[in-house]
Every structure is written in C-alpha cells, then in structure tokens.
Ligand binder design. Sequence first.
Ligand code: GDP
Ligand code: GDP
Length: 438
Amino acid sequence: MKPVMALVGRPNVGKSTLFNRLTKSRDAIVADFAGLTRDRHYGNAKHGEHEFIVIDTGGFEPTAESGIYKEMAKQTKQAVAEADVVVFVVDARAGLSAQDYDIANYLRKLGKPAVLAANKAEGMQEGPQLAEFYELGFGEINPVSAAHGQGIRSLVDAAFAHLPPPEEDEAAEAQQAGIIKLAVAGRPNVGKSTLINAWLGEERLVAFDLPGTTRDAISVPFERSGQKFELIDTAGLRRKGKVFEAIEKFSVVKTLQAIESANVVLLLLDATQGVTDQDAHIAGYILESGRAVVLAVNKWDAVDEYNRELVRRQIEVRLPFLKFAELHFISAQKRQGLGPLWGSIAQAHKSAMTKMSTPVLTRLLQDAVQFQTPKRSGMFRPKLRYAHQGGMNPPVIVVHGNSLEHVTDAYKRFLEGRFRKEFNLVGTPLRIEMRTSK
Ligand code: GDP
Ligand code: GDP
C-alpha cells in the first residue's frame, strides 16, 4: 500500500501551495482529460523513489464546534488518523501563533509520526529566524518554500525517514503468479458488499490461500474459470466470517490505497442516484492512478426506462474521460448481469499489461504521421521520430523527436486512438508522453 502523507496547519500557511507542488508532475498528465473532476484534497505524489498519497486537510480547526467546520474537522481528523505521516506546516514569516500550539498539541496526543515544515522560508536564514519553531516540540525544522519549490526534496526525505521501508515488490510477485488484483470501488451504499457477497456465493468461484504472504483480513484470493484473482482491501468494507459488510465510516484514504494497489478497479455506480460528485471524484482518482477500469451501474432493477436513459446520459456527460472503459448494467441483489463483468475485467487487465515493442510502436507512429502530419506551430513543426514503451498498468508510450512540446492535444488524441485500435486496448488509460531530444 502506498503511504499516506497528511498536510496539516492553520489557514494560509501554504498547505494548498505545497499540495500542488507535491502533486504537480501528475497534474500535467491528467490535465489532458476533458471533464475530469478532481478532488483537490487528495493527490498522488512521486519524489525520487518515494511515491505517496498526499492529503491537503484544508481548513483544519481542531476546536471547531459546529456546522460545516465541525464536519470538516471530523473528516480532517479521520484523514490524519489514517495517514502514515503528518507534515505540520507553519508560516516562517508570520512566526508562531496560538493556533499552531493547538495543532501541535493535537498531533502530539495522536502520537503520529510528524515533521515540521516552515513554509515561505525563501531567502531566510535558517538559524535565528526559525529557532522559535523548536518550541512546538517537533524536532528538526524543515525550511521550505512551496511557492518557489525549495526544500521540498529534504522535506519528503525527512517525512519518509519516519516510515518503514517499502515492502518487497508485491505487485510484481502477484503479476508473476498470474493474479489479477481487483478492487471494487464506489461510494457508500452503491452495493459493493452485496456484489462481493453475490460473487463469493457463486459455485464457480473458488477461494484459495496465497502461500507465504501475510495478508490482512480483507484480501480474498479466489479463482474463477482458471483465472486467479485477489480481491484487495476493498474500501469501506469489513469481512465478517464468510461475508462482507459495509462499515459505517467511509474512508477516502482506504479507497485511494485500494485503487493504487489494484490492477483493475470495478467502479460501481448506483442507478437510483445517478452520477454524483463523489462518484466523479473517485473516477478521477482511478484515472489519475492509471489503473484499468470497468464501470458497472448497479440497482438496474430499481429504475424505470426513463431513469435508465437519464443515467446513461449522465455517464456520458459527467464521466467522459472514462470512455475507454466497458460499461455494464447490473443488479447485484438480483444477481443479474454479473457474468459479463468477468470478461471485461480480464480484458481490461490484458490491455493494461500489453507489451509493445519499439519497432512496432515506431512503425505505427510513422504510419500515423504519414496519415496526418502534426500541425506547425509558428516556426516549429514537431517531428515525431520513434516511440518506445515506458510502462505498464497503465501502458505508457514515450514518443521521441523534436519540438514535441508543440504537439497539440487534438493530435495526441489522434495518436492515442491509433495506438488503442492497433493494440486493442480496452478498459485501460493510455498515456502518451512527448520527449523532445535536446
Ligand atoms: P493554505 O490555506 O494553508 O492552503 O495556504 P495557501 O496555499 O492557500 O497559501 C496562502 C498564501 O501563502 C497564498 O497567498 C500563497 O501564495 C502564499 N504562499 C504559499 N507558499 C508560499 C511560499 O513558499 N512563500 C511565500 N512567500 N508565500 C507563499
Ligand atoms: P455498500 O455500502 O457499497 O457495500 O452497499 P451495500 O452492498 O451495503 O448495499 C446498500 C443497499 O443497497 C442495501 O440496502 C442493498 O440491499 C441495496 N442494494 C444492493 N444492490 C442492489 C441492487 O442490485 N438492487 C437494489 N434494488 N438494491 C440493491
């Protein structure tokens, strides 16, 4: 599971700026998807070898007593409780405030590993100007400038010093064993536990033990029609004996971690509710993580023809960036339409793991360019020379050439369409990166 870092601090110290700075590299990629709704409070970050999930805890008021602030504080506290490490952000220019002490006390009570970041420290002397922050009792002070991108690397390293070293590459192991890691995601009440229990009740589904690995209680390995699966820690659920049940507290963090460690995510929607903001956020996160996706609209039994049409349209309008995913209409309760899900899951996985050789990619690229040359931009005409595969799950195609920063989004979509068709990629995002030779 990816570690989780929570950014905590009073308003205006620069948490969102730091959040943007930490998650920036990913932004460039997802910006290409029209209609993508992101939850600006959760993001993926990668710095050096460190990959983690970042939470920006927005308006953190540990003492808020009522209304929306209380609700926010509750969610923030939950996020902090679930984080592996906290970055406590203070304002180096403003100096210490009473609120900083409140937050410090709160964090200390929690006993979470925490590091202190003194933000807005650009151009400041490390010694005397920052010394007062030692009073908070968080040890070493990490001077950073979120706005100017200074000190970020050391801050991340300091935070990671509090975390256990990453486990052996479990994902690679599972893949070698031919296991598809599957997560069922969706907001509370869409029918996740009903679906999983319907599956686990099937005769065709045989549970087995994964030898030699320690697994938490929620992961369930099983085999179906000769294909091995591992149902991974499915967010918002708890295993109770042989059945799954929903836990009252929905956890965004657990959802994100489940998505991150899956190969394929089955995203469940509720036909009686349509596509909600929360659905769109989860969908956006799946896309950002690059996981393969199958979409299923549950409770199809409970809506009439009119509302069915409404749901279909909402999916087109609100989740246009998931057009590559197969869409199913099911009833978990009545066990209708469940069979075909497996074919889509297997296909999505196969697409996500497709191997593409450099000669084939390069030939396809050159064919595409011949079919339609990229537009000139001012003095520059992008020259696309060759392509190689830069990754799997999601597949990444790296295009090399000159002036590639002038390739338009429309042209990238054209390329994506050609590659998708040639490799029969269904159910997985495909990333195309342009790398200009210097
Ligand atoms: P948040 O309320 O903690 O999320 O704070 P924001 O990220 O919204 O930042 C509050 C203000 O501080 C904004 O005006 C930012 O431009 C500014 N700010 C953030 N980081 C820095 C920094 O590193 N240096 C300086 N000088 N200003 C910063
Ligand atoms: P979870 O929170 O996502 O795990 O959702 P549950 O599986 O607990 O289901 C929430 C509610 O929706 C329960 O009352 C289920 O009985 C109901 N439900 C689940 N699947 C269906 C379905 O296919 N049709 C209908 N009509 N109700 C369903």
